[in-house]
Design a protein around this ligand. Structure first.
Ligand SMILES: C[S@@+](CC[C@H](N)C(=O)[O-])C[C@H]1O[C@@H](n2cnc3c(N)ncnc32)[C@H](O)[C@@H]1O
Length: 280
C-alpha cells in the first residue's frame, strides 16, 4: 500500500469527484429520513495544502487552485457550490489552506439522523482519519472490498456507497465491477459512486462493457480530461459511475462541465463526457 492521497488531494480529479459527492449528499438531505454514507477507501479526511506532500506535487494548484482563480460560468459555479461550501467550512478563515477529503465532506454534510462509516486500511492513515473525524463517524480498518459486502445493506435503507480505490494494483477494474454488482444485489435502491482513473481507454471500455452486461439499470457515466490522454503520460483524465443518481445530476453536469473543462484545461484536447451506461 504505497498510495497516499496527500500527494493528490484537491487535484483535477478530486474537484469533479467531490463536487458530485456533495451534490448527492445535498440530494439525500432533501428528505427528512436518515441515510448512511459508506466510504470504503476513505483516505485521511483532511489535507494540508501547504504540507510537504501537497507541496511536492503541487497537484492541487491544477484542481482547486484553478477553480478558485477562474471566472466560472453560472452553471459551473452553481454545480460546484455545495462542494466549495464544504471546502470553506473546513477552513477557519477566508484563506483556503486545508482540503477536506470525501469522509470529511460527508461528515460536515450529515445531520443528526444520518450516519457515516469511513473505512481506511492503511494503519497510519486510519489513525489520522479517526482523529480527524472523532465522534462524527464510525471509522473502520477493513479491506474496502470486503467492506462492500459486510456493511450492506444499511439499516436505514437509504444512502450512498462511495468506492474510491487507489488503482495501484492490477485487477482494480475487475474488483470495481464485482463490487458494483455485489452492492446492487444487497442494496438495489442505494446510490453508488465509483471512481476510476482514465489512463488506459481500453481497460475503461472493457470495464464499462462488463458493467453494462450486468443489466443493472440507471448508471450514469461522467468523465473529464484536462488534455488529450497519452498512454505513458501522467494522469490527466478520470471518471466515475453513479448508480441511481439524483434525477437532475446528468443535466446539471452537462451544463457545468464545459466551464469546468475550460478552467482545468492544461493542453490541447481537453474534454468531458456525460452519458448513461444503462437507463431505466
Ligand atoms: C484515492 S484514496 C481515497 C481518497 C478519498 N476517498 C477522498 O476522496 O478523499 C484511496 C485510499 O484507499 C486506501 N486503501 C488502499 N487499499 C485499500 C483497501 N484494500 N481497503 C481499504 N482502503 C484501502 C489507501 O490507503 C488510500 O488512502
Amino acid at each position: 500500500m504505497n498510495y497516499r492521497h496527500a500527494f493528490h488531494a484537491a487535484n483535477f480529479a478530486d474537484v469533479l469527484k467531490h463536487a458530485v459527492l456533495a451534490r448527492i449528499l445535498a440530494h439525500l438531505r432533501q428528505k427528512e429520513a436518515g441515510f448512511r454514507v459508506i466510504d470504503t477507501h476513505a483516505g485521511i479526511g483532511l489535507y494540508d495544502l501547504a504540507g510537504d506532500e501537497a507541496g511536492r506535487t503541487g497537484e492541487w494548484r491544477g484542481g482547486l487552485g484553478r477553480v478558485l482563480d477562474a471566472a466560472l460560468p453560472a452553471a459551473t459555479s452553481d454545480f460546484l457550490a455545495p462542494w466549495l461550501a464544504e471546502v470553506r467550512a473546513a477552513n477557519a478563515g477566508p484563506e483556503i489552506a486545508l482540503y477536506p477529503g470525501s469522509p470529511l465532506i460527508a461528515a460536515q454534510m450529515l445531520r443528526p439522523q444520518d450516519t457515516l462509516v469511513a473505512n481506511e486500511l492503511h494503519p497510519e492513515d486510519h489513525a489520522t482519519l479517526a482523529a480527524v473525524l472523532g465522534k462524527d463517524a464510525k471509522v473502520m480498518s477493513l479491506d474496502g472490498w470486503t467492506a462492500v459486502k459486510s456493511l450492506l445493506p444499511p439499516p436505514e435503507r437509504r444512502g450512498l456507497l462511495l468506492i474510491d480505490p487507489p488503482f495501484e494494483q492490477p485487477g482494480e477494474f475487475d474488483r470495481l465491477a464485482r463490487a458494483l454488482t455485489d452492492a446492487h444485489r444487497r442494496f438495489a435502491t442505494g446510490i453508488q459512486l465509483l471512481w476510476y482513473p482514465l489512463k488506459d481507454p481500453q481497460a475503461v471500455e472493457s470495464f464499462i462493457d462488463r458493467v453494462e452486461a450486468t443489466g443493472i439499470p440507471r448508471i450514469l457515466r461522467l468523465e473529464h480530461w484536462t488534455r488529450r490522454v497519452t498512454p505513458d503520460g501522467p494522469l490527466v483524465a478520470a471518471g466515475m459511475l453513479v448508480v441511481n443518481p439524483p434525477w437532475t445530476l446528468a443535466d446539471d453536469a452537462k451544463a457545468a462541465l464545459p466551464g469546468l473543462t475550460e478552467a482545468l484545461a492544461t493542453g490541447p484536447g481537453a474534454g468531458w463526457r456525460v452519458g448513461w451506461v444503462a437507463g431505466e
